[in-house]
Design a protein around this ligand. Structure first.
Ligand SMILES: Cc1cc2nc3c(=O)[nH]c(=O)nc-3n(C[C@H](O)[C@H](O)[C@H](O)COP(=O)(O)OP(=O)(O)OC[C@H]3O[C@@H](n4cnc5c(N)ncnc54)[C@H](O)[C@@H]3O)c2cc1C
Length: 392
């Protein structure tokens, strides 16, 4: 097989990149190790920044997102038993975020790819990348007991945190920065109406809680839990009881409980790889960086990487210019580190850290008090939450 860009991974980064390249007339093949159904079944992010919304529109796939997505102009911070609204729209001169599940976005991207008859190899095993330091990189994989090879101009490593692309870079050529947090998020998805119109981020002495949503009838709730907790030990009843204890009186009364559709524990991590380019191979999305989900940045950072990478490839093929390719790492990393900082800060502010005790709790409450009372501090939160602009 031969293509211009071989994309490893059919998560949002790989699928969005494939669609944007296709629209620009650039040939691409996606190789994914899981089945399509497995990829669609993963419950993950749900908040889109304007940058991501714009990119989905650019890919020509915004129709269902605009029809079904919920525009949110604010978030609520709950501490010391009271809720305070941060007017994202007001503090950013009219910017919002949109609630539209990663699963829905993935479905839109997969359907568009199938409709355009673009090649995606699902359930590929033994995926390997070769010769990316030369002008003729290759990808090999096994499918139905046969070994296949793709020859290409470029490899896009969109294969997530546990993928093969980053792992194939020689040790001395890559630097990794990492912070692991001493807790995880227990998430529960249910077909129940959300407890509030907007998201509630709760800082409580019992730990952090988030009331999120996927639609007007589907809720996603999270609880901070110790890393030693096992999901099997959390019954639905125990989850709802603990969530109630972390809410204010009004939310507690409005909370509608129901059976879980999905329940899982995710560890929290900050992680950045530098650089993101290795000859003719480029890392994009979770393959190159991870944020704790508190700031809702994971999917959105994957989208901004894809914006830079698709632009770079289009420049290369249309203008024979390597400028975008040469600047890819630096452009992405500048935005990535700012989102890493925000996600780390918001995580540090909202979670209970075992080692800081009562003093830590008091300091967090003082900072939250300052935050909701200061237009300058609220603006800084709002600007980062809706997403920083993409620089050329
Ligand atoms: C459990 C969980 C919950 C999350 N919740 C949130 C949230 O609430 N809010 C938020 O903003 N973000 C959240 N995120 C982060 C967000 O989902 C990711 O940032 C986003 O999925 C990144 O997209 P991606 O395409 O870069 O990577 P991924 O979605 O991980 O996609 C990578 C793809 O590559 C495939 N792959 C891996 N290895 C190989 C290989 N060797 N060969 C071929 N294919 C391979 C994988 O199967 C996968 O399909 C969550 C992540 C996880 C794991």
């Amino acid at each position: 097989m031969r293509t211009q860009v071989a994309i490893i991974g059919a998560g949002p980064a790989g699928l969005l990149l494939g669609q944007l390249l296709h629209k620009a007339g650039i040939d691409n093949i996606i190789v994914e190790r899981q089945s399509g159904d497995y990829v669609l079944g993963r419950i993950r992010a749900g908040i889109l920044e304007q940058v991501t919304i714009d990119l989905v529109d650019e890919a020509g796939l915004g129709q269902r997102m605009h029809a079904e997505g919920l525009v949110h102009g604010g978030i609520e911070l709950l501490f010391k038993g009271e809720r305070h609204r941060i007017d994202l729209n007001g503090f950013t001169g009219g910017k919002n975020v949109m609630v539209y599940g990663q699963t829905e976005l993935t479905r839109d991207l997969m359907e568009a790819r199938a409709a355009a008859d673009l090649q995606t190899v699902y359930s590929a095993s033994q995926v390997a990348v070769h010769d990316f330091d030369s002008s003729q990189p290759r990808v090999t994989f096994e499918k139905d007991g046969q070994v296949h090879e793709i020859r290409c101009d470029f490899i896009a490593g969109c294969d997530g945190f546990h993928g093969v692309c980053r792992a194939s870079v020689p040790e001395g050529a890559i630097t990794e920065y990492e912070k692991v947090y001493p807790f995880g998020w227990l998430g529960l998805l249910s077909d129940t109406p959300p407890v509030s119109e907007e998201l509630i981020y709760a800082n409580t002495p019992r730990g952090f809680a988030l009331c999120s949503q996927r639609s007007l009838t589907r809720s996603r709730y999270y609880l901070q839990v110790p890393l030693t907790d096992k999901v099997e030990a959390w019954s639905d009843d125990a989850f709802w009881a603990e969530l109630s204890l972390r809410l204010d009186d009004e939310a507690r009364e409005r909370l509608v409980t129901g059976p879980s559709l999905e329940k899982s524990i995710a560890p929290l991590r900050s992680f950045v790889t530098e650089p993101l380019r290795f000859g003719r191979m480029f890392l994009a999305g979770d393959a190159g960086h991870i944020v704790p989900p508190t700031g809702a940045k994971g999917l959105n950072l994957a989208a901004s990487d894809v914006k830079y990478l698709s632009t770079a490839f289009i420049e290369f093929y249309r203008e024979r210019s390597e400028a975008g390719i040469d600047h890819y790492s630096q452009r992405c990393l500048s935005r990535i580190w700012k989102a890493e900082r925000f996600s780390w800060w918001f995580t540090s502010l909202m979670h209970r850290f075992p080692e800081t005790g009562e003093f830590g709790q008091k300091i967090q409450e003082a900072e939250l008090d300052y935050l909701v009372g200061s237009a300058a501090a609220s603006t800084a939160l709002a600007e980062n939450y809706v997403g920083l602009p993409i620089k050329a």
